[in-house]
Design a protein around this ligand. Structure first.
Ligand code: NAP
Ligand code: HSE
Length: 435
């Protein structure tokens, strides 16, 4: 058998230990598939003394992870530390600049610095792979870049964050409290080191920006993603959605079309949405992710599977290593960096859809009339409206409405008209209906 592919692991947390366990259990099978064994030679993390439940004695321990990039006995550096900048980025830059292959699960780093890192990889002729960065164990990057390579991808949408999906579906199924379910997701290894990235929608936005670039052949544009997280969703919203026949899911949506000037218009949004109960995405529960990509010849392609956790994420990391061992290496963002098109962000106001709008209002006469007048003046047509029973006289009540289909700009105009109204106890929450 050919010489082993020698790897160094930076980061020995959920994913790093997952990779050690996977290679220990499936090593022989992987060696047959890859045509050569994959061997860990060196490891690095913050705390050498920590018990990680795996035997690290066969590997060299390195305190400063950036030194892994300079080791002659390492063919591939595997970065499983996290963080867009800091030591992870320093390691990535140093590895690629030295012509050493890099595999990473770090979507924050790729979303922010992917163009630069892809350029470094190209310049040095070094492979850069990040299958685990998007949708955990689902081979969606490979699916888009290779399986759907014959298509123009017109749109991508899906559930891209396991933590949020776990929280929303647990709250829906059990009525448990947001904070309690988030704690579970952290204990199960789904959440980011700082879970604000998950619940504020940023992690899903990192993944969406990567998918959009690979699918559409456009430059990575994370800063252009519109982001709304799930922190403002109340149990009452889940109940209202259920009464209307919907469930709530955090959905990433991206599409790309030629504008009148011939320039590509790129739309990217992550936001909680109402999904009809019979829709494929409504059946996606727990930490599962699902991505639908629409190819112009393939039609819609559905990718579904575990979006987070040690085993599924390790599976994606090692799949990248197998590709490198086989010398099956394509450009990191599926096209050479110089051929990625610069796209202009599309105007979301022109998008047409139905919206769920939830108000928390003062319980006094005239409030509903004020909201209805703002809708009328902005040209928003109301399909249904529910006011929850008053908890106590003079207190706050929840008013939820669903609009008929119309441009998003009209809903924004209506909410602008209500801005600052003493009738509103908090900023209205808007969620789009999909399907
Ligand atoms: P984690 O459990 O928090 O592990 C992070 C590891 O990095 C730890 O071993 C930690 O060392 C080490 N580390 C952190 N900061 C360091 C520093 N400044 N210097 C040296 N070592 C440092 O994280 P994880 O869940 O495995 O995630 C790792 C990466 O995979 C992240 O980019 C994450 O976004 C991505 N990812 C995670 C999942 C998932 O389901 N967890 C799925 C897909 C992608 P100590 O252990 O010594 O503290
Ligand atoms: N925190 C991420 C999630 C891990 O919950 O989806 C997988 O990328």
């Amino acid at each position: 058998m050919a010489q082993a592919l020698r790897i160094a692991l930076a980061g020995l947390g959920t994913v790093g230990t997952g990779v050690i366990n996977l290679l220990a259990e499936n090593g022989a099978l992987i060696a047959r598939r890859a045509g050569r064994p994959i061997e860990i030679v060196a490891v690095s993390a913050r705390d050498r003394q920590k018990d990680r439940g795996v035997d690290l004695s066969p590997y060299a321990w390195v305190d400063d992870m950036t030194e892994l990039a300079g080791r002659d006995d390492v063919d591939v550096v595997v970065e499983l530390v996290g963080g867009a900048d800091g030591p992870a980025l320093a390691l990535a830059r140093r590895s690629l600049s030295a012509g050493k292959a890099l595999v990473t699960a770090n979507k924050a780093m790729i979303a922010h610095h992917g163009m630069e890192l892809a350029g470094l990889a190209e310049g040095a002729g070094a492979p850069l792979r990040f299958e685990a960065a998007v949708a955990g164990g689902i081979p969606v990057i490979k699916g888009l870049a290779e399986g759907a390579a014959a298509n123009r991808i017109e749109a991508v949408h899906g559930i891209l964050n396991g933590t949020c999906n776990y929280i929303l579906t647990e709250m829906e199924a059990t009525g448990r409290d947001f904070a309690e379910v988030l704690k579970d997701a952290q204990d199960l290894g789904y959440a980011e080191a700082d879970p604000a990235f998950d619940i504020e929608g940023v992690d899903a936005a990192h993944k969406l920006a990567i998918l959009a670039s690979i699918g559409f052949g456009t430059q990575l544009a994370f800063d252009a993603v519109e982001i709304t997280g799930i922190t403002r969703i109340r149990a009452a919203d889940i109940a209202q959605a259920a009464a209307l026949g919907y469930v709530i899911r955090l959905i990433g949506v991206a599409d790309c079309a030629n504008g009148s000037s011939g320039t590509q218009r790129l739309f990217q949004r992550v936001a909680p949405c109402l999904v009809p109960r019979g829709h494929a995405l409504a059946a996606v529960t727990g930490p599962t992710n699902a991505v639908v990509a629409k190819g112009n010849f393939s039609g819609p392609l559905l990718f579904e599977g575990a979006g987070a956790g040690d085993g599924p994420t390790a599976s994606a990391v090692v799949a990248d290593l197998v590709d490198i061992a086989r010398s099956n290496v394509a450009p990191p963002l599926s096209l050479p960096v110089a051929s990625l098109e610069a796209a202009i962000p599309a105007d979301s106001g022109e998008r047409v859809n139905r919206a769920y709008i939830r108000f928390v209002v003062a319980d006094r006469p005239g409030v509903l009339a004020e909201i209805a007048a703002a809708m009328r003046d902005a040209g928003v047509s109301i399909e249904s409206l529910i006011q929850q029973g008053r908890p106590e006289e003079g207190g706050e009540v929840l008013v939820a409405m669903v609009t008929h289909e119309g441009p998003e700009s009209a809903v924004s105009r209506a909410l602008d008209l209500l801005q600052g109204s003493p009738s509103l106890a908090e900023e209205p929450l808007v969620m789009r209906l999909i399907g």
